[in-house]
Design a protein around this ligand. Structure first.
Ligand SMILES: [Zn+2]
Ligand SMILES: [Zn+2]
Length: 314
């Protein structure tokens, strides 16, 4: 499924089977998760993707020699810049991202730099493993950057929050879920996943929070989440794109509250999270689509109408 121009639907096309270059493996794609970032690429929120582009960066595939590997968003780094040499390859000057700078997994075949691929835990079949590769990984990094917060707010209950909630409960944290005003289904989902309280995103929780993670790409949630924090609390913005953040009184940031974003992933995040997931155990709730229905999967995500994660199965 190919993106020829942003803000246009993907097109089903026949492409040549890609040939792996030096250091790359070729994978027969078994499943590919659909991420909100794919939607931002298609909708033009993120500038300058490779075009034409095969989107998709939560790829579960089988190599030519029969090994199952996962391909994540971080597809290549230079290994030499000041970020790479200080354990921050997620910020690499020259990073290339799967399904953005490199062709991704909305296809039958993909090539990937083997150094950035992950072996996947056997406990997960292909479609269940796919959402671990971004929703899970980025969620895990966001959770790490939320520090040791005991009372944790999660804003937006999509693919990432549904995984993070399980990990956070496993770690013994207390969870408070925030969903779109009036979305009773999402509220029920948040409660099912272990939130002790779930309400609308403009509501105050019954207690002050120690941290909040924003998965919804809505800038207005930043001051709302700050207002829900206690002293010293952190708001972590987990998405790659967000609408503008409205101005807010300094009082909301005062007393050492902070706002930060999470960008991409490191390979270490992947190794840690993929080892942790089966121990929790994280169970991914998925809705399966055929490759040629990728536009429908994206449309359903755009309208907030996916429970858990959407996955293309090949
Ligand atoms: Zn670098
Ligand atoms: Zn993603």
């Amino acid at each position: 499924m190919v993106l020829s121009a942003q803000r246009e639907p993907l097109e089903l096309r026949d492409l040549p089977v890609p040939e792996p270059g030096p250091g790359q493996v070729r994978l027969r794609v078994r499943a590919c998760g659909v991420c909100r970032t794919d939607l931002h690429v298609v909708d033009g929120d993120l500038p300058h993707p490779k075009l034409p582009l095969v989107p998709g960066h939560q790829i579960v595939g089988e190599t030519d020699d029969g090994r199952r590997l996962g391909v994540p968003w971080l597809g290549w780094t230079d290994g030499t810049c000041r970020f790479c040499t200080s354990a921050r390859e997620n910020l690499c000057d020259e990073a290339r991202f799967t399904g953005y700078d490199l062709d991704g997994g909305y296809a039958e075949y993909v090539v990937a730099d083997e150094r950035f691929c992950f072996p996947l835990p056997d406990e997960y079949d292909d479609v269940q493993a796919a959402p671990l590769l971004c929703a899970g990984l980025i969620g895990y990094r966001s959770l790490r950057l939320a520090g040791d917060a005991e009372r944790l707010g999660l804003y937006g209950f999509g693919a990432s929050a549904h995984i993070v909630a399980q990990v956070a409960r496993h770690q013994g944290r207390r969870l408070f879920g925030f969903v779109r005003h009036g979305d009773e289904q999402a509220r029920a989902f948040a409660l099912e996943l272990g939130c002790e309280w779930a309400g609308w995103s403009d509501e105050r929780p019954p207690e002050e929070l120690d941290a909040a993670i924003l998965f919804a790409p809505v800038g207005a949630l930043v001051p709302a989440a700050l207002a829900a924090l206690g002293r010293g609390g952190t708001v972590v913005c987990a998405g790659i794109h967000m609408s503008d953040i409205p101005s807010f009184p300094y009082e909301l940031l005062w007393e050492e509250r902070s706002v930060r974003s999470v960008a991409n992933l490191t390979r270490l995040d992947g190794e840690e999270f993929l080892a942790l997931a089966p121990r929790v155990p994280v169970r991914t709730e998925i809705e399966i689509f055929a490759l040629e229905d990728a536009n429908e999967a994206l449309a359903r995500m755009r309208s907030g109408d996916i429970r858990g994660a959407a996955v293309l199965r090949l």
